[in-house]
Design a protein around this ligand. Structure first.
Ligand SMILES: O=C(O)CCC(=O)C(=O)O
Ligand SMILES: [Fe+2]
Length: 293
């Protein structure tokens, strides 16, 4: 967690490099930076983002996550996401399968709808634990607003590169319309001593929305690059976000932007045995948008 000195990410595990995109350069419309973002988003669909200016907001989100996950399980289960296909709410450890054998996941997480955050103290989708309500104004709203600004800037770059009419991609992610967009905090506990093998925390998947803005301090995220049958770690770099394209944006772009498969395994090397935390913001299309494949 914040402030702790973490054991280093090992240098002897297969690791995939990512282009480092400078958000400050994107903001001023730097042509070269936009080209590099385009390259990253069309080749692997993943990139690091530096100078995003959300460090303080992300740090507060980790604190909010700790306060929430520290609540008694009984309390967290009152806000369970349920199984009607809506992801907002709490998901307990081991509630999902990670593979075809039914091996259960090893993460608990909390999803907070962008619509509930922006409507606070009103409510659009559902209610949340007190630890969330108490930080809506101070922590969650600032994080959501920063994430929205960043993801919308990225969408505008893609809009230009795809040669779409002005505002076309933004209109598919309009703030005027409810959507599945959400902030997520994920906790993976360390492996219990009695367990022989470390489990995959989140099984292989693509993100179903448009853009993901991810923050973590420990390794464990892996990608399966196109044409490869080997998983590669993405090394966490302090202060850099990991961003990726999801399925909806791949569809909107006619398959030009890449939604790549990834998964989360226990942190490697000296980092193994530590609790792993992530904070993510997912930008997803408005609920009225139909995805044509
Ligand atoms: O925790 C991570 O590093 C990635 C999480 C992820 O892929 C997801 O929540 O969709
Ligand atoms: Fe993901």
């Amino acid at each position: 967690m914040p402030g702790l000195t973490l054991p280093p990410f090992p240098d002897d595990v297969p690791t995939h490099p990512l282009l480092v995109i400078d958000y400050a350069q994107l903001r001023v419309g730097d042509e070269q930076e936009m080209n590099r973002l385009w390259q990253a988003a069309t080749e692997l669909g993943f990139w690091y983002l530096k100078n995003h200016g959300a460090d303080a907001e992300v740090g507060d989100m980790f604190d909010m996550g700790t306060e929430t996950m520290d609540l008694p399980l009984q309390e967290k289960l009152k806000f369970e996401q349920g199984d009607n296909g809506v992801s907002f709410g709490y998901k307990a450890l081991g509630a999902m399968a990670t593979d075809e054998h039914g091996t259960l996941d090893a993460v608990e997480f909390l999803n907070i709808a962008k619509d509930d955050v922006l409507a606070w103290p009103g409510r659009v989708h559902r209610t949340y634990p007190e630890t969330v309500n108490n930080r809506m104004e101070s922590t969650i709203k600032p994080f959501v607003r920063k994430s929205l600004e960043i993801n919308h800037t990225v969408l505008e770059v893609f809009n230009a590169k795809l040669g779409l009419p002005q505002g076309a991609l933004l209109n598919l992610h309009s703030l005027e319309e409810p959507s599945g967009s959400e902030a997520r905090c994920i906790k993976s506990p360390p492996k219990p001593r009695w367990m022989a093998e470390q489990k995959t925390a989140i099984g292989a998947h693509t993100d179903f929305g448009s853009l993901s803005f991810l923050h973590n301090r420990l390794g464990g995220l892996q990608v399966l690059p196109p044409g490869s049958d080997q998983w590669y770690y993405i090394k966490p770099l302090p202060g850099l976000a990991v961003c990726n394209v999801g399925d909806a944006l791949a569809i909107f772009s006619g398959g030009i932007l890449r939604s790549n498969v990834h998964r989360v395994v226990p942190p490697p090397g000296a980092q193994s045995g530590l609790e792993r935390w992530s904070v993510v913001y997912f930008t997803r299309p408005g609920t009225s948008i139909v995805l044509h494949i």
